[in-house]
Design a protein around this ligand. Structure first.
Ligand code: CU
Length: 648
């Protein structure tokens, strides 16, 4: 069931971008393009890589009160032609879409924006028409070129001469007997095509040798898995009085919590101004802004067809642009409210992605319980969480992003990974140390998925600091006569150079974000702790190409002073970037992170050693982290929950 609620009752600086705003911003940019150079080519050839809300500075967001005037701005990245050149524009709508004007215009050369879908499609067509690729297919007995799937990949940065000065895709081929086949079941091993995306030209086709195409079609469709498992009876989620949240535009209020939600075309799901009201009408800020600001999927197979594979799915493709339209009863259950999001296509035309973000509640077992053995009295409270979710499909893979808010003040991000493995064919009778077999003649390279969450925490205000907490055995001696003692050791991180840290499960390492200027009822600074999961760091060498480009993934924690333009930990243009941009560049100054507004960057994820059970479609594997109040409240903040009415 879907709740139908009105759009925002009062304009807010973080309202979702509208189609009218996109049209106005694109129109004024097109006028500027038409005025540049010879008539025609710029305005006609230009494509819009990004059209997004230019979020106002933090102090403006915080100062906004209902009824205040709102100046809306739109940020655009324009690709004017086939070269490695973009124009970055910010357009002010000045309170009216009719009064749009360009407030900044920056031309940048030697950068590659996120891949353009139109150009990626053009690359597929160009490869399929190329005689060298066709010859490679015929060599493998494939003569019907309508029965192939060609996947364009971002190419990385390896100093390959033909890639210099161009926007490149490397294309891999898969065989599909039927149009609905799972292409990844039948990789056409050995064939790699380089395409100049801007010019739509195949530059080179390399054939590393024939490996038989695996035969199993790898179907996950129900018609191929009959009969269905018997005995699965319906589960109905009923909420007879409706959901416990209220939505006003993109502002959500739920049982003390309030937050705004948006979907950025590049970063995907974004939470804004997350705060908690303990019942006295005062919203205490916790998290000013949270997003997945970059991610990387490095593959661990050193072979010529797979060794270059790594994907920065935020900066090279854009998680928001790849988000699904979610379906009732499938992606979420219960009383659901969807946010519909308006994006621009690459021609600058607005289009609506309906049901892009799902809001719903979930029962989550017990929150707290005690049975008093003396009196026999039992108290138990149910846990419930508000779920804010979106799902992006990036080629073969799905990433589900699930933010949870709980009744005890906890915030969690869970990323659910599913979809289809990236595969390779193995020569008959062989095995690979780098790519476990998942089906007959089919293997999937080991790889990692490493996400970088940018967490602009404002725990009871913007001035926060970060304390690393390790719990360690106490020294032997008179003060520890039973040698049992262990103690949390708290270290304040003073400068950026001190704040490049990794997880340490043996020490229960976590990081407390505290407000030194706000104390709780016990006289201690209020705080939230970042509790990491069992996460790896990057396994590729830091000196490797991917290691240089994804330096953010070599550490689980970075802390920087809040700087509005520092948004993306591998830089704004990681596509074919040689590396060093983003966090390594900013933190080289070793700025102070004490007594100031700070941003916490948490890299987390998992190392994926493919299993047969991951084939032909992968059951969800999860990773993520928690933000848990530590002295933010004076006691369990969920004592006021009413007892359940249905237990006896
Ligand atoms: Cu994986």
């Amino acid at each position: 069931m879907t709740l139908v609620l009105a759009p925002g009752s009062s304009p807010h600086p973080l309202d979702l971008l509208t189609g009218e705003e996109i049209e106005a911003a694109v129109a004024v940019v097109r006028e500027r393009l038409a005025s540049l150079g010879p008539p025609g080519p710029h305005a006609e050839r230009a494509r819009f890589s990004t059209v997004a809300l230019e979020e106002p500075p933090k102090d403006e967001v915080l100062a906004h009160r209902p009824g205040d005037p709102v100046e809306r701005r739109v940020r655009l990245v324009i690709v004017p032609g086939p070269e490695c050149r973009v124009m970055e524009a910010v357009v002010a709508l000045a309170g009216s879409t009719r009064a749009a004007s360009i407030v900044s215009w920056t031309e940048r050369s030697d950068v590659r924006p996120a891949m353009l879908f139109e150009e990626a499609f053009g690359a597929v067509v160009a490869v399929a028409e190329h005689p060298d690729w066709q010859a490679a297919m015929r060599k493998r007995g494939i003569t019907d070129f309508g029965k192939v799937q060609i996947d364009p990949w971002p190419t990385g940065s390896f100093g390959v001469p033909i890639e210099e000065g161009r926007r490149i895709a490397r294309c891999l081929t898969y065989y599909r007997e039927q149009p609905t086949d799972n292409g990844y079941a039948r990789p056409v091993e050995g064939v790699l095509a380089w395409v100049d995306l801007g010019r739509g030209e195949v530059l080179e086709v390399v054939d590393h040798g024939v490996v038989p195409v695996p035969e199993d079609p790898g179907s996950y469709y129900p018609e191929d898995h009959q009969p269905p498992r018997p005995g699965l009876r319906p589960v109905e989620i009923t909420q007879p009085d409706g959901a416990s949240f209220a939505v006003d535009g993109n502002l959500i209020r739920w049982l003390g919590w309030s937050l705004r939600v948006s979907l950025d075309p590049i970063e995907g799901l974004v939470l804004h101004t997350v705060g908690y009201d303990g019942g006295d009408g005062v919203v205490r800020p916790v998290l000013h802004r949270a997003s997945i600001a970059e991610m990387v999927v490095p593959y661990g197979d050193p072979g010529p067809l797979h060794g270059w594979k790594n994907a920065f799915d935020v900066g090279e493709w854009g998680l928001g642009r790849l988000s699904n339209s979610l379906a009732d009863g499938c992606d979420c259950l219960g009383r659901i409210h969807y946010l519909d999001v308006t994006f621009a296509d690459e021609q600058g035309q607005p289009f609506e992605l309906a049901h892009a973000v799902c809001l719903h509640e979930e029962d989550y077992g017990i929150l707290w319980k005690h049975q008093d053995l003396h009196s026999g009295r039992t108290e138990v409270r149910r846990s419930r969480r508000l779920v804010v979710s979106s799902i992006a499909t990036v080629g073969n893979y799905e990433y589900g992003f699930y933010w949870y808010l709980y009744l005890d003040g906890t915030i969690q991000l869970e990323v659910k990974l599913t979809g289809v493995l990236s595969t390779q064919a193995l020569p008959p009778g062989t095995r690979s140390a780098y790519a476990p077999a998942v089906a007959a003649g089919l293997a999937a390279p080991v790889h990692q998925h490493l996400f970088c969450a940018r967490l602009d925490l404002d725990v009871d205000g913007p001035v926060n600091e970060v304390h690393e907490v390790d719990t360690v055995p106490a020294d032997a001696g008179d003060a520890n006569p039973w040698a049992n003692a262990f103690v949390p050791v708290v270290t304040r991180l003073e400068r950026e150079g001190d704040a490049q840290r990794t997880v340490d499960a043996a020490r229960s390492r976590h990081w407390r974000i505290v407000n030194p200027g706000a104390t709780n009822g016990l006289g201690e600074p209020v705080g939230y702790k970042l509790v990491p999961g069992p996460t790896p760091t990057l396994l590729a060498s830091p000196e490797s190409s991917v290691g240089r480009r994804a330096a953010f993934a070599t550490r689980n924690l970075w802390v920087t002073p809040y700087t509005p333009e520092e948004r993306r930990p591998a830089g704004n243009y990681p596509n074919q970037h040689p590396g060093g941009d983003g966090l390594p560049a900013w933190t080289a100054a070793d700025r102070s992170i004490a007594g100031t507004d700070i941003v916490v960057w948490h890299t987390f994820g998992l190392t994926h050693i493919p299993r047969p059970e991951d084939w032909p479609v992968m059951p969800v594997e999860s990773c993520g982290f928690h933000l848990v109040p530590v002295g933010f409240f004076d006691r369990n903040p969920a004592l006021d929950l009413p007892p359940p009415t249905h237990c006896s």
